[in-house]
Write a protein that binds this ligand. Structure first.
Ligand code: EPU
Length: 437
């Protein structure tokens, strides 16, 4: 299906929006459900294609699930795990499915998981995952594009990560839950999603302390200590940041509900420096507004609590029409400026030199046909379309659908003129109240 967004720029976003559950937390909770020989129910599950892929991975392993899209919950019954293989067809569609490696090692002490390979934004190696599992006692062979890990038992140990990798921290936490003795992960990632995974695992009976700091200790428990439970996933901080940026970019004013402001401290601070107003209304509700042209800022993407790489492209869109020059340094990925050529086609003035981008604010962007190259670059182009003069078409929406639930509906409710368009069927999908399209 060749679905595209048509966006007519120039509308100010107003009203309110509610943020869904965190994609990058819920995917890991789903993988972790296989540790329990029974049922686990997760709430606040966003309706995303990435969630569907993870459910397919679980189903391939023999787990059963009920996905209630109205209730936004998933109940997984992992009483019977009949396979230890995560196929390339699924892992290549979503590299986050590699997290099943740690979960399978915990549950079955053996796993055959396809290596994810690189992706559009960078090489994205998994060497820390592998070395960490070896340190826990797994024997690992890499054959025919698959990691085959096996251990008679896993034994807790100290693991130092060269960089605080989110996925490696999570995979090793999962693997260590049922290991003998204690595992200490040093230089661990500190993202809110790591805390949420530790909280989820503790809810099902694991014993993890220190998540959210650079040192996490996982005290191994016995399989019989793990039990069924219910858990509610945290709100998606990147979705929240995306909507905050969209409101600010259009000089709008909106209430954003179901957000944990503490998860966005660094980003909020940068938005305020650019001229946005952010008001805390309730503990999980903020009001965001902006009246005048934004000021340029410089920023460097860093692991949490630094500026999130997942909001880099979106912040770049803000800089394209800001007053002055802003310098962005992308320090996590080698190739995460994929949005630059498309933003340039919309009139942005961006000079890129390796992992630095110098963005000189222009007065206006102009509508063009552009294509999402990854999830966040796609969202950045949508926001660019909302502020551009004229009409923008954003292609390759499958990237956006991986991580934004009802993206266009949420923007429409706030006054954005954005429509999903299926070229092959030649029709506008969903709510349609534009006479000119
Ligand atoms: N790295 C290695 N070796 C490893 C692991 C990581 O060299 O063994 C490198 C990667 O190549 C990358 C850097 O370390 O350059 C950071 O990677 P990390 O492992 O922290 O990222 P991830 O777990 O693969 C998660 C999110 C990403 C987000 C990053 C950083 C999920 C499913 N994905 O990826 O989210 O950008 O952390 O915060 O949790 C997104 O949602 O759009 C997205 C890409």
């Amino acid at each position: 299906m060749a679905e595209k967004f048509k966006i007519i720029g120039g509308e100010t976003l107003r009203g309110e929006v509610s943020i869904g559950g965190a994609k990058n937390a819920v995917l890991k909770h789903l993988a972790a459900t296989i540790l329990v020989k029974g049922k686990t129910k997760i709430y606040n599950v966003p309706r995303l294609t990435d969630v569907d892929i993870m459910l397919n991975v679980l189903s391939d392993l023999g787990a059963k699930y009920i996905y209630d899209k109205e209730e936004k919950s998933v109940e997984v019954d992992a009483t019977n795990i009949t396979s230890i293989t995560a196929k390339y067809e699924l892992v290549s569609k979503m590299r986050a499915s590699f997290i099943i490696l740690g979960a399978l090692m915990s549950r079955c002490k053996e796993a055959i998981v396809a290596l994810p390979g690189g992706c559009a934004i960078g090489e994205r190696r998994v060497d820390f995952h592998i070395k960490g599992l070896e340190a826990l006692g797994a024997k690992i062979k890499i054959e025919n594009g698959y990691v085959h890990a096996k251990a008679s038992k896993l034994i807790g140990t100290d693991i130092y990560l060269d960089i605080p990798s989110v996925g490696a921290t999570e995979n090793l936490m999962l693997a260590a839950v049922l290991a003998e003795g204690s595992t200490r992960i040093q230089n661990a990632a500190q993202e809110p999603e790591i805390i949420d995974l530790a909280n989820f695992l503790n809810t099902i009976g694991a014993d993890i302390i220190g998540a959210g700091s650079s040192e996490i200790i996982i005290n191994g428990v016995k399989a019989e200590n793990l039990h069924s439970a219910e858990y509610t996933t945290i709100p998606d901080r990147i979705e929240a940041g995306t909507f905050m940026a969209a409101v600010v970019a259009t000089k709008g004013k909106a209430v954003i509900r179901n957000v944990f402001p503490a998860h966005l401290t660094f980003f909020n601070d940068k938005l305020i420096k650019m001229g946005a107003n952010i008001k805390l209304i309730e503990p999980t509700t903020i009001e965001v507004s902006c009246r005048s042209r934004l000021n340029s800022i410089n920023f460097v993407t860093q692991p949490y609590p630094g500026f999130p790489t997942d909001l880099q492209a979106i912040a770049m869109t803000l800089l394209t029409t800001a007053n002055g020059v802003g310098i962005i340094t992308e320090s996590l990925y080698e190739n995460r400026f994929m949005q630059v050529p498309d933003l340039r086609r919309m009139g942005a003035d961006i000079h890129q030199d390796r992992n630095h981008a110098i963005v000189k604010g222009v007065k206006n962007l102009t509508g063009a046909t552009v294509a999402a190259s990854d999830l966040r670059a796609g969202a950045a182009l949508v926001i660019a379309g909302l502020i551009a003069n004229g009409e923008t078409t954003v292609e390759k929406l499958h990237h956006i659908d991986r991580g934004y639930e009802e993206f266009e509906q949420k923007l429409q409710k706030m006054g954005g003129r954005i429509y999903r368009y299926d070229e092959t069927e030649n029709q506008i999908k969903g709510v349609f109240n534009e006479s000119r399209l």
